[in-house]
Design a protein around this ligand. Sequence first.
Ligand SMILES: [Zn+2]
Length: 177
Amino acid sequence: MGEKDEIISQILYEMVGNEGIKIINALATPSTDLQLEEKTNIPITRIRSTLNALHKYNIVSYNSARDEERGWFKYTWRLNEGAVELSVKNYLMAKLMRLKREFQEITQINFFKCENGCMRISFTEAYEVNFRCKKCNGVLKPVDSAKESREIKEEIEEIKRIIATLGPSPYNLKNVG
Ligand SMILES: [Zn+2]
């Protein structure tokens, strides 16, 4: 397995878990959920919920046809061509944006965190509740934003490295705003 395949597998695992990966592999040929159950030994309810997750990421699509004998609809699922890599990239881009926002926030606002880890809130909010956690009454302590921002920065760099390894996106979108 090349580095690229390994990265894609890792990110897919984050997105849809091991069962999602199994189902993607099983969809080398288009299949119904029952056929997928046979191929993967994953319980049918989990196959269906995983198919829904994969569908949400636009990795799979389905055709429906009426089963003439039984009178119900039969759904045949298939992989969308090129969709795995594209959805992995989209997922990474969304994560990157979220981390950048988090980074910006944490370097601009003084945060306080419950000593028991329940919540992280801004100074103003912490001041209003007298530096006590609303959930557990624990003490709210100032967050070491230098450490957290360093960790976020590292994660951002890691994702950028991964995206670079995956190569250019099929689209060359313009930066807006
Ligand atoms: Zn608490």
